[in-house]
Each structure stands twice: as structure tokens, then as C-alpha cells.
Write a protein that binds this ligand. Structure first.
Ligand code: CA
Ligand code: CA
Ligand code: CA
Ligand code: CA
Length: 288
């Protein structure tokens, strides 16, 4: 297993300009529904189209993590102006609440099929079972940084958020007393969120939607990959692309379907594939 750096060297950093159509409409809808803040994805208050959703994230793989990506789904062609992808985890001397990555999505839009895949430049280079990853041609295909630069951490639990109006910085501590509740929320709205939970991690999850830990010894219980359908988030493989669908999202989750913990399903998949597994343990973690 390759454990990448804690911060994405190629991530874009800076203040986010709020001037958008899709994000502004969603922000207004969420605010009216009382759904702003750091909780899980809100129930789709956005009117006039399909709500934006995080629908797939690849954070780890067997060998060098050269194929990391995340997928966003929504209304075909929807602008992502004002939107940011933010990862919250730990810092060099801070156990929780630190912005590890912030990627400005503002210049991009969803593709003709309603999907966008943002990946590192080395995406698509590793083959499992003779197949490399390819972004669906109808999806927006975006490269972030150069080389192997996306670097999602897989050594601790991490929360991923799709927010509008981000005005924070990478390295900023948003949970100053480390109690698992964010004290600073430098954004206008949380559009969607999910936490990948690693076995034994003491880092809190800042989302109601959580995936993991999974019984997968090779990753220390961290889901290496997550994908989402109407039932919630599911864990994918570590040394396979069997569940990876970058650029296609068959079902955009219905409102209220986000908060699902499917570790048991992931365990079942690992067993069916004959992969090693172990009993999940939290060992003092704050998994709820
Ligand atoms: Ca990684
Ligand atoms: Ca706090
Ligand atoms: Ca902190
Ligand atoms: Ca997908």
C-alpha cells in the first residue's frame, strides 16, 4: 500500500469567488431549508435540476496511488462556478479538523451526461485484469495538477465536502478544540459530503454520510474506493477496477438517501473476491 502525503501538492488553494448559477441556487435553497453547515449532504433543496452530488471517490489502490479521482454528478452541463472540493483530516501536529486539500471547481461544468471526473495526471496508467481506467466520453474530464498529485490520504479517516463559497486555506484548522464539531465553516453551503472512515483512526468524521471502515487488511480498514447509488455509498476494490465507473453515475441518490453505512456490504464483497479481511475495530476512534 502506498500512503500518500497529507496534502495534495497540486491542489489549488485560495479564496473562492462566489458567482455562480448552480451553486448560488443551491445555497439559497439549502439556507431556506436550514441545511447549511458541516452535516451530511442535504436533501436536494436545489430546484431547477438534479442536485449536485459526490458520487465516486478513489483514494487508494494496490501500488502507487496514480489513479485517484473524484466524480460529481448532477444536471447535464451544470456550471460548478463557486464550488470547491474540500478534504478535512489531520495536520502535522493537529489530530483533526485540518483542511488537507481544497480544489476550486469553479471553471468547470458537468458533462453532457451530468458527470464530471477530476483526476490526477497519472490517471489511467495502472491496469488491473488488463483494464485501465478511462473517463466516460460524455463526462467532463478534468486533470488536477501534474503527475501523481491529487494524493488523497489513506492513513486516517477523511471527510470530503462539496461546498460553495469556500474562503478557507489548506492547512487551516476548522476544529480548534478537536471535539469532532467544526468551529469554523469557511464556506457558504455544504452541498454534499461523505467521510471515509479508517479502522482505528482517531480522527472524527465531519459528515453524516460515512463509508467504512471496511474489513480489508491491505488498506488498514480504509475504503480504497467508494461509489454511490440510490441506496447510499458502497466500497469498491483495492486491487481491481471492478466497481470503478469514472464518468457515469447510474442513479443520483434521492433526498435522504445519503446517510448510509455499508461496511457490512463491503465485507461481503471482500469475502466474495477472496480478499483478506479482518474484524473492524475502532480502537478509540469516534466512529458513530
Ligand atoms: Ca491515496
Ligand atoms: Ca470543535
Ligand atoms: Ca484541530
Ligand atoms: Ca461513477
Amino acid at each position: 500500500m502506498t500512503v500518500n502525503g497529507r496534502r495534495g501538492a497540486g491542489a489549488h488553494v485560495g479564496a473562492g469567488a462566489i458567482a455562480c448559477s448552480a451553486c448560488a441556487a443551491m445555497a439559497a435553497g439549502a439556507a431556506s431549508a436550514g441545511l447549511t453547515g458541516a452535516g451530511g449532504g442535504f436533501g436536494g433543496a436545489f430546484t431547477g435540476g438534479v442536485p449536485l452530488r459526490l458520487t465516486e471517490i478513489r483514494v487508494d489502490q494496490q501500488g502507487t496511488d496514480s489513479d485517484e479521482y473524484f466524480e460529481i454528478s448532477g444536471t447535464p452541463g451544470a456550471s460548478l462556478a463557486g464550488c470547491w472540493f474540500v478534504a478535512i483530516g489531520d495536520g502535522a501536529s493537529d489530530p483533526s479538523g485540518v483542511v488537507e486539500m481544497a480544489i476550486n471547481l469553479g471553471t468547470w461544468a458537468l458533462g453532457a451526461n451530468g458527470c464530471l471526473v477530476a483526476h490526477e495526471a497519472s490517471f489511467g496508467t495502472v491496469a488491473f485484469d488488463g483494464r485501465t481506467l478511462q473517463v466516460h466520453p460524455d463526462a467532463a474530464n478534468v486533470t488536477v495538477g501534474t503527475g501523481d498529485s491529487l494524493n488523497f490520504e489513506n492513513s486516517d479517516s477523511i471527510t470530503y465536502l462539496l461546498v460553495s463559497g469556500f474562503a478557507g486555506t489548506v492547512g487551516a484548522d476548522l476544529d480548534t478544540d478537536n471535539d469532532g464539531v467544526l468551529d469554523l465553516t469557511p464556506w457558504t453551503t455544504v452541498i454534499d459530503s461523505v467521510a471515509f472512515v479508517r479502522a482505528g483512526s482517531k480522527e472524527p468524521a465531519y459528515s453524516e454520510a460515512r463509508l467504512g471502515p471496511v474489513d480489508l487488511t491491505a488498506t488498514g480498514g480504509m475504503p480504497p474506493h467508494g461509489w454511490r447509488d440510490a441506496k447510499g455509498w458502497h466500497a469498491g476494490g483495492y486491487a481491481s477496477w471492478n466497481e470503478d465507473t469514472p464518468g457515469t453515475s447510474s442513479v443520483v441518490p434521492a433526498p435522504g438517501a445519503a446517510a448510509t453505512l455499508l461496511a457490512a456490504l463491503a465485507v461481503g464483497k471482500a469475502r466474495r473476491r477472496g480478499e483478506p479481511f479482518r474484524r473492524a475495530r475502532t480502537r478509540g476512534g469516534r466512529r458513530a
